[in-house]
Design a protein around this ligand. Sequence first.
Ligand code: ADP
Ligand code: MG
Length: 414
Amino acid sequence: MAPSSAPLLYQPPTELVGKKIHDVFPPDFADYFLNSIQQALLTKKTVKLEYSLPIGDQEVWFEASLATMSENTVVCVARDISERKHMEDQLRQQTENLAQTLQELKQTQAQIIQAEKMSSLGQLVAGVAHEINNPVNFIHGNLSHLEEYTQDLLRIIRHQQQQSGNESEFQALCQEIDLDYIEEDAPRILSSMKVGTQRIRQIVLSLRTFSRMDEAEFKPVDIHESIDSTLMVLQHRLQEKTKLPAIQVIKNYGTLPLVECYGGQLNQVFMNILGNAIDALEEGRRQDSVAVASLRASAEGDSTPDERETIENGQLRMHNLASGLSTPMITIRTSAIDSGWVKIAIADNGIGMSEQIQKQVFNPFFTTKPVGKGTGMGMSISYQIVTETHAGKLECQSTPAEGTEFIITIPIQH
Ligand SMILES: Nc1ncnc2c1ncn2[C@@H]1O[C@H](COP(=O)(O)OP(=O)(O)O)[C@@H](O)[C@H]1O
Ligand SMILES: [Mg+2]
């Protein structure tokens, strides 16, 4: 009865004669074995079994065949298959390892592509900033001289005007060109030009901050400057569009020390989070307008009392919806928490995320956006930059139809 490879667990065959299956085997296996014997007797077919038994301090696997010999006799032949089982396990483990490696390779490849894109964007931005910097500086620098020269010229003209008689040609000329108006308007033009060049200089500065892309060491960074420069690069997406009012950005900046970090990489995180927030706000506005349009459609046409009720309901819902159509908004809050850490929270009142989506938001290649728009890499790369490179935390809180908040916590020093 006992398998030959297990002489230590089970008694010698002579001892087994006359014993019941339950006296020899562990109860669970004995039940299973008896069932199989019954099945063999009933069907008169060979039944195959695979099972393991504790033998010594090991779990030994067997493969057995139960063949019916007569109405109440079966013969069981069992064979030790532990070796095969072991190899199967190894094979399964190797397959799992390979699948894991493949996934990691795919992720690395996508990261390299993304890093490459960000790096070329950085180089492009840096190049543009550099090219604009010189001309704008000389325009800005020369405006003060121009202002001075204009004042001088006007003084000469006024002086000349006083010297010449009322009916002189010079007076007529002054009248013709409307000297009074020029005197009034020229300083205004010059000062608005100064405001303009000042603004371009600021933009150039932001672009330069933004393009600190591949700095390969930890450096003290002004986080607010980084966020502002990223907003600057995204400015065109924040402005009013045909179907979307301008997105309001509320900055709730606390007092932050300089933070030791990879400036360019952190910009990439801000870029990803802010980009997603804008996407969520645009999608929210699109969903609202679809809802309103369907309400409008159902409210049209001749109305029976029944329909009138539907329309009234619809109007009520439209009213509720309209009051819910709040301004698309991004709120950025920063604060220093205790002495060693800073917190940056970026919230939007866009479409939000279901729990199901929230669970996957940091997974590589997870996207809910149409092909060509989403890559699903933004948040997984951001997660890696924050948690691995900067030993920080990146958390996400979200409520469907209300909005989303990403919270970055990073140490001030490394
Ligand atoms: N602010 C947000 N509001 C709503 N959903 C978001 C937000 N940020 C991220 N998500 C969800 O997480 C997914 C993954 O984001 P991400 O990794 O940046 O990839 P992608 O933007 O290319 O889809 C998005 O497709 C979206 O479903
Ligand atoms: Mg994204």
